[in-house]
Every structure is written in C-alpha cells, then in structure tokens.
Design a protein around this ligand. Sequence first.
Ligand code: UVW
Length: 331
Amino acid sequence: AKIPAYDELPHFRNFPGCAWSVWGAEDQLGTVNLLTETLVKQSAAREIRTGKTVSLNWPLNFPDKPMFGRRPPEVNFIQKQKEGLNYSRDDEIHINTQSGTQWDGLRHFPMLEHEMFYNNTPASTLPRGLHSMPDPHQIDQTHTRIGIQNWADHGICGRGVLLDLVKFLSKDGVLPYDPWTTHAITVPELQACAEAQGIIFQRGDILMLRVGFIKKYYGSTQESRDALRGKPETFAGIEQSEEMKRFLWDNHFAAIASDQPALESWPPPPGTPHMHQTILALWGMPIGEFFDLEKLAKVCDEYGRYTFFVSSWPLNIIGGAASPPNAAAFF
Ligand code: UVW
C-alpha cells in the first residue's frame, strides 16, 4: 500500500509529519507494521547466506554508570544453601531499560508540549509508579496501549542495513569529530556513506548507524568512562532537522538504531525540538540506542556487504516504555 510522503502527512497542532492516520486509530505498532511476513520471506530472509551470526547487544550492565542521571544496573548473585551445601543459584537484576542497549518504545517520549504519546494517547492515561505486571487479557487498555509488549509480540525482524560512518568519515584512521561531544551527522553524509557501501534502501529496512561512541568507550579508561556520568551530556548523532525527518520517513525505515546514547546529536540546537518527539510520538518508529555495532562493522567489512537479516525480540514487558533489544544480525 502507498504510504504518504513526509510532506503529505497531516500536522499535529503546529508539528508537521504526523503519521497517526497511516495504520489507523487503534494501531499500536507504528512503523513496525512495515515488517510484514512477505517482507521477511521475500527480501529479509534472503540475506542469510553464510550462517554467520553477530550479537548487537552490550552486556546488560553497560554502561555501569549510566548517563542522563539513570540508576546504575545491579545484579545480585544468590547462592542458595541446603543442608550445609552450596545448592542452586539464582540471579536478581535491576535495570533501567533506558540505560544500556535498548529500543525506545512508544511510551518513552510524547509530544512534550502537549503531553501526547503515539496515536493520540494522553500522558495522563498511562499508569505510573510501582505496579505488579498486569495480565494483558484481563485488563483495560490503559495498561497495554502502545506498550513495548506489542513489539515483543511481533518482533522487530527484517533486513538490517549498517551505515559505518566511523569507517566512511575517518581520514587516515582518525574520525573528524569526537563522538562524545555534540556533532551533527548530516543527510548528505548518510547518503554518501550508503552510496560508498553500495546500498539502495528498501521499504522496511532496519537502519543502523555506527557513529563511534562504543568504539571510543572500548578504547577508554574506566576513569574517563565514569566521568561521562558527571559531565553535561554532549554526544554526536544525526542532525535534528526537517531534512533529516524527510530522509528517515521517505525511505520508510521500520526502525533506526545507533551506537550512541542518544540517536540524535545532543543537545539539539537552541529552539529546535528534540526529534524523539516526531520519531516516537508522531511515527511510532523504534529508536535504538547503545547498539554494539563493533563486531557487526568488522564482519560487514570482511564480507564486503552491509546488509543482513536482523532478529530482535524486546522483553515482553506489558505497558513497558523500552527494552533491551535482544538483537542479532545473520549473514
Ligand atoms: C535522549 O535521546 C536525550 O535520551 P533517551 O532516549 O535516552 O531518553
């Protein structure tokens, strides 16, 4: 079916590019709707040719000092005792689902001024505070509407495309920007990188951008990793602009992920609205952050191919705002 171009989408109040009408008023999947059975069978599955598989997940406890003031992850290894013997072991974990490798879900970010989430879901209707896990079959929509369990149920599986900007933009092995400071990657740079890698985008592609945060993290001392938490947050990422929105929507990506703490260049220029609003609240498009693309980039380089099959199954958290992606690439 034809999907309207960005400039044909209606406005939400004074915001261009509202896609709520594309999949209907009851839709809970957003652009994950593009990942159809036909797409998986006819195009994405054809990417699996060698049997090589690559994980895209950081360890669950990375970074151990999360940014944006988030609570650090914790694990409690429990050694149980029985009749004086060390018996079986259990683990208890605590994570903020926003702190490490993650998909931002549709409950993560609203249209800020209007407190409105994807598909006309007012912030005031979403439960808050400590909750036991509700049963999706017995409860009303306030617990389930636009929760991450919808993507957990459907999966985020399709053709993945890596744009390795670290490789493409480096001169003599040196990146012309520091991924830990504010720097904006432009649309022409993304297009040129795609062209150099021989990529023609297809509807429903899962776009992955290697910008450099994790490469630098792996090469840094614990001290400078830790210092990131205390600093004002400044990160490289995609430019926050109308041109970028047009590029992302008009290529009909199903999801977009990068190796940075925020997909977009952070902070946005003064007076520019944070693009999370459009991508999550107006389009319903998953935003991946902190994807570990280091090994993926190496394999792509070795194989001379930047497309692959992606399988991602977020945790089935009813009403959740985000989740580790549990993602892998298949070649
Ligand atoms: C930003 O994009 C600034 O952060 P997050 O998605 O982690 O809330």
